[in-house]
Design a protein around this ligand. Sequence first.
Ligand code: C2E
Ligand code: MG
Ligand code: MG
Ligand code: MG
Length: 284
Amino acid sequence: TYYAKETGKNSYRFYSRNMDSGASLALEQQLRKALERKEFVLHYQPKVDIAHGEVVGVEALLRWNHPEFGLVPPNQFIPLAEESGLIVPIGEWVLETACLQNKAWQMAGIPPVVMSVNLSPRQFKDGNIVQKVKQSLDKSGLSAEFLELELTESMMLDMNYAAETLAQLKMLGVRTSLDDFGKGYSSLTYLKSLPLDILKVDSSFVRHCTDNEQDAVLLKTIINMGQNLEMTVVAEGVEEEGQLEVLKTFGCHQAQGFLLSKPVPGEAIPSVISGIRTRFQAET
Ligand code: C2E
Ligand code: MG
Ligand code: MG
Ligand code: MG
């Protein structure tokens, strides 16, 4: 407990931007051990096709099942994993585990879904990523069409490298998406120049789409832009029925958020998928 700071009832902070070097070294050691001890777990959050009410995909989201503190969310350790380079082996584990899980669902007769895996900048840049993706597909036996990689704008800064890498991933047959679109310094240049398949609209555009006219206009504009670029458009952070209605009206393809399901452990996915289907069927 040498680095976890109590910050109130049942909460703690593992990572902070200004943690001292001793604390960050200790956390780094813990992360290294966590990988060896298999303390990382993936939870999965469904993505729903809005027009049909079908779960078409799930996103793998990393958690650290800490022996003392329980499930630690990714923003508490990924920044340090990224800084230290540990994200490369951790990310490899994520990729492989997510592919194996998806293949296992398919073998169990669950209607096939696309598995989305988040990549980190370091993994994209230094991780020999194309080969790692290929290895995970080979090892799991998962067909490439059932894997999607979520990238962020910070990985596109070196456009030549990004274009080359995305082209190679495309040749493998995996899809690529641009995560958190609109959150940062979104550049339309990336959308124009890079072969990205999916646009994930950041939750900040969804949050007030029912009560703020300007947010609604922006949301609609982004969705239309994605459609015009022939991208699949996914809205993140859908928490309310009204937001889903607005997204449907705007022609957004897919929705993801607590309204549909929180991220859940793999074992829970079959029942969550059928639950969502039942719920949508009841509505129509
Ligand atoms: P992200 O990829 O944008 O993932 C969406 C985050 O929003 C997830 O948080 C998810 O639990 C949360 N979320 C989903 N629906 C809702 C909603 O309706 N309302 C609200 N308030 N939140 C919602 P999580 O799991 O804590 O992950 C945070 C970030 O950590 C992710 O953002 C992603 O950037 C990163 N991350 C997660 N897993 C991995 C991983 O395996 N590798 C890498 N490199 N990054 C990861
Ligand atoms: Mg994501
Ligand atoms: Mg996102
Ligand atoms: Mg986000």
